[in-house]
Design a protein around this ligand. Structure first.
Ligand SMILES: Nc1ncnc2c1ncn2[C@@H]1O[C@H](COP(=O)(O)OP(=O)(O)OP(=O)(O)O)[C@@H](O)[C@H]1O
Length: 746
């Protein structure tokens, strides 16, 4: 008893010590916020003119970012400590806090710093110079509990290979809130390795459901921005599968103090193009094929200008360029890899130069004639000559016309400017080389099967039939990648990109407004869903090809999505990518995960589902009911779960055709109970809930990519899965992989 008391006392004393330390950290953080605010005010106060303000802008932006980072760090400011063999204690936190004494060690080490690494990777077998790892659980400024792991060779408690197992299990068992949180306090070794991998080239992270791919991808974004300062300038692009998914992950990066990130879906990447239509699966598959790059190039090439003579009015005279001269200018403008609009811009510049030279030559000729005494021509020239005379050095006076015959550079520049701003000249040049509108080109191409046959001979008649649509119809998600390809071929018309150049705007605003913005790194979640044309679109956003792609080929849903990473990436990355794997499922309990093996096999996969880190003894249930009773049964199950998982999230996953009836019956969730959400299989991708009621799974499996879709639906729960099967539905025994052992009937 005495021993037990002393252990309790000891634990209490440790808790007190950690509380004291946390208080000191918060004091330091608060004082740093004050310093940053004062520094920022000083920068602004000393900026007297525009040039000062421009110089100060970068420093002010950096200070603002630091202030936001400090302010947001109050949840889990410090979450860990490592004790080294040398007797050093190093605290690990969400951000770094320097000591007031510049020569002293930091008070808190940022989780991304190299010095924090052993916290995530040390094991009893490989202690990396540590003898203790401590997880510190806090609520704002209060220490709630501490949990120690001793990293001695005799300690076999980490045989699971998990880091901070107690803290991890507590995090995984917690109620879901509907928003993803960061996992910075409990990152595991295999995740840490991926987060810190080199940012160069393309890294593919394959992992089954719940293995932490999304978590790893987002923490990697934060790590890369912390470690490689050049990325802060260009930002990191995070591409997710749907707006619902972006809402779900919305808070993770801000909680990690990151603002230099643009999170979006692939179809929102093209400024000015809106999606308002859903393609059939067949149309989406055809539109995703890489061959469209050639089809679209041909359709732009067919709109190349044809050489012809140019004639423009200028001060009562006609200035002309003959056809061979225009042909030469066109050829010069087109040389190299320039886009349609960039080449057009060159053409206009050179054509105006040539017209100006022709106008000067014509005026000089006229003046020569004047010098030789053709008074009648003088009369004819009258007003127009006076104007041109200024250009070529003719001075008129009451005593008549004086000619020196030489145009100054300034005169020539004036004439050129006159031509370059003349509406007649611009209209003539436009008619030779008009601007192109990607939306009109694609609209025209998809509206006419004969045109499509001309430009897309690679497609079959059946393919062309499925992609044809009425002119003026709204755009679909796959159309956006085609529009983006066209936008790239035709190039920008005004290259200024006012918003993109406006340094007072956030990086997200500037980058989102500019199709040509080059990001420092791109992270793609659910990357297995992207088509070849969408990959091309993304590669254009990062010319250095610095990518992290996370996904699971076994969860692929998109029509035509590739069966392997090799196939998916061949057209855009060739073999210039490396692959790594996440193997442990943190989300889905073992009891549920085991039931997915036959589904995965039916989906055509040869791999096993990932190993679950948890078991909770709750067998998934299967209830068979008559169709007429199905809505009642689902509603009752959802209500029961909603009460059991108070404060959490329950999902009813059903095909959209069942939503109307289910929504009406489910109504709104009772006060204090778990929120019940009705989602389609597609929308459930990437999300998670405490418990899931899956409606008519055989109908899900019967749809396109059905088994993969069913695999996704079954792996969304952190605690319980219940399936409701209509007993008068069409389950053929040989496909009923949801029967047999491992299911409970209640
Ligand atoms: N190291 C960790 N500590 C605590 N929680 C973790 C950890 N790794 C993952 N998780 C949690 O596990 C769950 C699944 O993670 P995540 O959504 O990143 O998996 P995923 O591989 O993207 O899943 P899916 O492919 O099914 O969408 C999340 O709740 C996440 O917060």
């Amino acid at each position: 008893m005495a021993d037990r008391m002393s252990t309790v006392d000891q634990a209490h004393a440790e808790l007190e010590r950690e509380q004291q330390h946390l208080d000191e950290l918060f004091d330091r953080r608060d004082s740093l916020i004050g310093t940053v605010a004062r520094d920022r005010a000083a920068h602004l106060a000393t900026a007297h003119d525009e040039a000062d303000r421009t110089t100060a802008a970068a420093a002010v932006a950096a200070l603002t970012r630091r202030e936001q980072e400090l302010e947001r760090a109050d949840r889990g400011l410090c979450f860990g400590r490592v004790d080294t063999d040398e007797g050093e204690q190093r605290y690990i936190g969400r951000i770094g806090l320097p000591s007031e004494d510049e020569d002293a060690d930091p008070l808190l080490v940022d989780w991304r710093a190299p010095a924090a690494r052993p916290f995530y990777t040390a094991t009893a077998a490989q202690p990396l110079g540590l003898h203790r790892r401590r997880h510190i659980r806090t609520d704002q400024r209060t220490v709630l509990s501490i949990d120690d792991e001793l990293l001695d060779a005799e300690n076999t408690s980490d045989a699971s290979g998990l880091v901070g197992e107690a803290a991890l299990m507590e995090a995984l068992d917690a109620r879901r809130t509907g928003a993803m949180g960061d996992v910075v306090a409990t990152l595991q070794g295999e995740q840490d390795e991926i987060i810190r991998a080199s940012h160069r080239g393309c890294l593919v992270v394959q992992g089954g459901p719940g293995t932490g791919k999304t978590a790893v991808a987002l923490h990697r974004a934060a790590y890369l921005l912390f470690t490689h300062t050049h990325l802060v300038e260009r930002g990191v692009l995070v591409v997710g599968p749907s707006p619902a998914f972006l809402d779900y992950i919305d808070q993770v990066l801000p909680s990690l103090g990151e603002t230099q990130v643009v999170a979006t879906t692939v179809e929102r990447l093209l400024p000015g193009a809106e999606v308002g239509r859903v393609d059939t699966a067949a149309a989406a598959e055809v539109k995703g094929r890489a061959l469209w790059a050639d089809v679209l190039r041909r359709s732009v090439q067919a709109r190349q200008p044809v050489s012809r003579a140019i004639e423009v009015p200028y001060d009562g005279e006609r200035v002309t360029l003959d056809e061979p001269a225009v042909a030469e200018i066109l050829a010069r403008a087109r040389a190299g890899q320039a886009s349609h609009h960039l080449a057009r811009e060159r053409f206009r510049e050179q054509a105006i130069d040539a017209l100006a030279a022709a106008a000067l030559k014509r005026a000089a000729q006229l003046l020569e004639e004047v010098e030789h005494g053709f008074e009648d021509i003088l009369g004819k020239l009258d007003k127009s000559l006076r104007k041109q005379a200024e250009v070529v050095g003719v001075r008129s006076s009451s005593r008549g016309v004086q000619v020196d015959g030489v145009a100054t550079a300034e005169d020539a520049a004036d004439l050129r400017r006159d031509l370059a701003t003349s509406p007649d000249v611009l209209a003539e040049l436009d008619s030779v080389w008009p601007t192109l509108d990607p939306q009109r080109i694609l609209g025209g191409l998809l509206a006419d099967r004969a045109v499509l046959a001309e430009y897309a001979p690679e497609l079959t008649d059946a393919d062309r039939a499925v992609v044809c649509r009425p002119e003026g119809a709204a755009w679909s998600v796959p159309d956006i990648a085609l529009l983006d390809e066209l936008a790239d071929l035709v190039g920008e018309t005004d290259r200024a990109g006012e918003v993109a150049a406006d340094n007072s705007r956030t990086l997200a605003e500037r980058a989102s407004a500019d199709r040509t913005w080059a990001f420092g790194h791109v992270i793609v979640d659910e990357a297995q869903e992207l088509s070849a044309m969408q990959w091309r679109m993304l590669v254009r956003r990062c010319p250095t090809r610095s990518f992290t792609l996370v996904g699971d080929v076994n969860q692929a849903y998109a029509p035509g999505s590739a069966p392997s990473w090799e196939d998916a990436l061949a057209s855009s990355f060739g073999d210039r990518w490396r692959r790594t794997e996440l193997t442990i499922s943190y989300r889905t309990p073992r009891e549920v995960m085991e039931r997915t093996a036959p589904v995965l096999a039916a989906a055509g996969s040869s791999v096993e589902p990932p190993r679950s880190v948890r078991s909770n003894d709750r067998l998934p249930t299967r209830r068979e009911v008559l169709e007429a009773r199905l809505v009642t049964e689902v509603t009752d199950a959802a209500r029961e779960l909603s009460e059991r998982y108070r404060g959490g999230q329950v999902a009813v996953i059903a095909l959209p055709g069942r939503h109307e009836a289910l929504r009406a019956a489910l109504g709104s969730s009772a006060e204090g109970h778990a929120q019940v959400r009705l989602v389609s299989p597609l929308d459930s991708k990437g999300l998670e809930f405490d418990a899931v009621v899956l409606v008519d799974p055989h109908a899900v499996a019967a749809g396109p990519r059905g088994w993969s879709s069913l695999y996704v639906c079954m792996t969304r729960c952190t605690q319980e899965l219940h399936i409701v099967v209509p007993s008068d539905g069409s389950i053929t025994p040989d496909v009923d992989v949801l029967a047999g052992q491992g299911w409970s009937s209640r």
